[in-house]
Design a protein around this ligand. Structure first.
Ligand code: AMP
Length: 279
C-alpha cells in the first residue's frame, strides 16, 4: 500500500492511474465509521485514496488540536486490511508552506456555516473548506466520500463544490454507530469509562425526538425536553435543534426529511450527532 508524503509523487501516481479514484479525507485515529466510508469508496471506484491530516486551520485557539488523538501506525494497519489502495499523509509544511496567517481561504455561505457548530466554532468551516479544497486540487479524485456524521460539513462542502464549479462527485456515507447507538468518533477515545456509559444517551435522545416529531408537536417544547434530560445526566449542551437537511435553516413544524442536530460536551469531550425524520 503506497503511502505518499509529498505532492510530486502523489501527482505522478495519480497521472498513471487507470479507472475511477474515490477519495476519503480523514483526521486519522480511524474507526468503523471511517472504514465504512473506505468500503463505500471501494464499491464505487477502482482506486481508493485515504488522507490522514489533522488540519490546524479548522481548530479554534481553545479547542483540542494538541490533544486530538493520533494513532498513525494502527491507522495504516487498518487501512491495509480494509483494502485501501493508497494513503496520503501531508504535514503542515506541505499544506501551509507559507504558514497559516496570510492565506487564501474559502469562505462558505453564512447561512450554512454560521449556524449549528459554526455559531460556537468561528472560522471552523472556512478551515474545513480551505483544506478540502487544497486536498481536492492535490488528489484530483472523481469521487469524494464524506460521512453524514458531520452533516453540516457535508452540506457545506457540497455547496463549495457546486459554487466553485468543481467536477468532483460527492458521495455521502450514513452515520455508523456502536451497538449502543453512540456514533463512532475519534473523540470517543477521550471519554472516561463513566462518560462512555452516558454518551449513548445523546443518540438515544435524537432517536426519541424523531419518534415524537409529529406535525402537531411543538418543536420548541421537544427541544427543551431533550435538552433538559441530557443536562440532567451531565451533558453541557451547545445546541439541540431541528433544521432543514438542505438549507440548514430552523424548522418549526416537523416534516419528513428535516433533521435533529446536536452538539454537547461531556467532560472534556465535544460530541456531535444528527438523525433525520424518515422520508
Ligand atoms: P474525521 O476523521 O473525524 O475528520 O472524519 C473523516 C470522515 O469520516 C468525515 O467525512 C466524517 O464525516 C466521517 N465519519 C466520522 N465518523 C463517522 C461515523 N460514525 N459514521 C460515518 N462517517 C463518519
Amino acid at each position: 500500500m503506497p503511502v505518499f508524503k509529498d505532492i510530486a509523487s502523489l501527482r505522478q501516481w495519480r497521472q498513471s492511474l487507470r479507472g475511477t479514484l474515490a477519495f476519503v479525507p480523514t483526521m486519522g485515529n480511524l474507526h468503523e465509521g471511517h472504514m465504512a466510508l473506505v468500503r463505500l469508496a471501494a464499491a464505487r471506484a477502482e482506486q481508493v485514496l485515504v488522507s490522514i491530516y489533522v488540519n490546524p486551520l479548522q481548530f479554534g485557539p481553545n479547542e483540542d488540536f494538541a490533544q486530538y488523538p493520533r494513532s498513525l501506525d494502527k491507522d495504516l494497519q487498518q487501512l491495509h486490511a480494509a483494502g485501501c489502495s493508497t494513503v496520503f499523509i501531508p504535514d503542515d509544511a506541505l499544506m501551509y508552506p507559507r504558514g497559516r496567517k496570510d492565506l487564501s481561504i474559502i469562505i462558505p455561505p453564512h447561512s450554512l456555516a454560521k449556524v449549528l457548530c459554526g455559531a460556537s466554532r468561528p472560522g471552523h468551516f472556512a478551515g474545513v473548506c480551505t483544506v478540502v479544497n487544497k486536498l481536492l486540487q492535490m488528489v484530483q479524485p472523481e469521487i469524494l466520500i464524506l460521512g453524514e456524521k458531520d452533516y453540516q460539513q457535508l452540506r457545506i462542502v457540497q455547496q463549495m463544490v457546486a459554487d466553485m464549479n468543481m467536477t468532483t462527485q460527492i458521495l455521502p456515507g450514513p452515520v455508523q454507530r456502536e451497538a449502543d447507538g453512540l456514533a463512532y468518533s475519534s473523540r470517543n477515545a477521550r471519554l472516561s469509562p463513566g462518560e462512555r456509559q452516558i454518551a449513548p444517551l445523546l443518540a438515544a435522545t435524537l432517536f426519541d425526538l424523531v419518534q415524537r416529531s409529529t406535525p402537531q408537536a411543538s418543536i420548541a417544547e421537544l427541544a427543551q425536553a431533550g435538552q433538559d434530560s441530557l443536562e440532567q445526566v451531565g451533558f453541557v449542551m451547545d445546541y439541540l435543534e431541528l433544521r432543514d437537511s438542505d438549507t440548514l435553516q430552523a424548522v418549526n413544524v416537523a416534516r419528513p426529511g428535516a433533521r435533529w442536530f446536536t452538539a454537547a460536551h461531556l467532560g472534556q469531550t465535544r460530541l456531535i450527532d444528527n438523525v433525520m425524520i424518515p422520508l
